[in-house]
Design a protein around this ligand. Structure first.
Ligand code: R5P
Length: 288
């Protein structure tokens, strides 16, 4: 078994390597003057089971291209199996056409990764689980929920209501509610008018006097979850916690999330959270 890391999340990759008691494989990574990337694996991987850890997070195009180039290098080096470990699968939100003449980027990315030579995929908390079906190779879809739920359990919260910030996230929130002693569920009826602009309309369910735990797959600009939290407060929630696997944190997420509406914002390290994106109420859990 050999473990390699792209440049997107070397801290997570090192942590995984420590768990496995192995070193990360050596790799040269250089940029040409025009921005093109050069990768060379620095040891023989002939006949090996190779695992590559690379979330396709910001800057997504660079990290995705790097993943493809590393896979290609491994294939041409005669690796027996190449597992692309993609803790955060970018371009996942366009998983179907919602208007004419759009691209389905989640499928396009699946084609690229398969064509590059990956023989197996391991991804965490896909935006929609059906993306697994875009691949014709084995796919392990794993969840951060055990890590987040363990943490929530350690806080001994009372009177919990689990809230999905939109209708699409109900199955995820229901799974959380079940694990939190069958806590009740509420749903925010959200209508989105443009990309990255969230408009919150209504809470379905009772949140008055309760500890609301908002659950989402990702926090990007923070609009969805912050608007949701404000509405929950208006509806009488006593405290609001936000939980999300992927801390995409595009501006102005930090301003929104640290505005005081949340008791705590709980995310994982599928995407690295640099120091300048950390704030008082933020907890980053490791999924290594
Ligand atoms: C939407 O379907 C997703 O599950 C997230 O709710 C959304 O992508 C978060 O984006 P933002 O933080 O920009 O509102």
């Amino acid at each position: 078994l050999r473990l390699f890391s792209g440049s997107a999340n070397t801290v997570l990759a090192q942590e995984v390597a420590r768990y496995l008691g192995i070193d990360l494989g050596p790799m040269i990574r250089k940029r040409f003057a025009d921005g093109e990337l050069y990768i060379q694996i620095q040891e023989s991987i002939r006949g090996c089971d190779v695992y590559l850890i690379q979330p396709s997070c910001y800057p997504v195009n660079d990290h995705l291209m790097e993943l493809l180039i590393v896979i290609d290098a491994c294939r041409r080096a005669s690796a027996r199996q190449i597992t692309a470990v993609i803790p955060y699968y970018g371009y996942a939100r366009a998983d179907r056409k919602t208007a004419g003449r759009e691209s389905i980027t989640a499928k396009l990315v699946a084609n690229l990764i398969t064509e590059a030579g990956a023989t197996r995929i391991l991804a965490m908390d896909l935006h929609s689980a059906q993306i697994q079906g875009y691949f014709d190779i084995p796919f392990d879809h794993v969840y951060a929920s055990p890590v987040i739920l363990d943490y929530l359990a350690s806080k001994e919260l009372h009177d919990i209501v689990v809230v999905s910030p939109d209708v699409g996230g109900v199955a995820r929130a229901r799974a959380f509610a079940k694990k939190l002693n069958d806590a009740p569920l509420a749903i925010i009826d959200k209508r989105r008018q443009a990309h990255n602009v969230a408009e919150v309309l209504n809470v379905i369910g009772d949140v008055k006097g309760k500890t609301a735990v908002l659950v989402d797959d990702m926090i990007d600009t923070g609009g969805t979850i912050t608007e949701g939290a404000r509405l929950l407060r208006q509806e009488g929630a006593r405290q609001v916690y936000a939980c999300a696997t992927h801390a995409v944190f595009s501006p102005p997420a930090i301003e929104r999330l640290s505005s005081g509406v949340f008791e705590e914002v709980i995310v994982t390290n599928t995407i690295p959270v640099p120091e300048d994106k950390q704030f008082e109420q933020l907890t980053v859990l490791s999924v290594a």
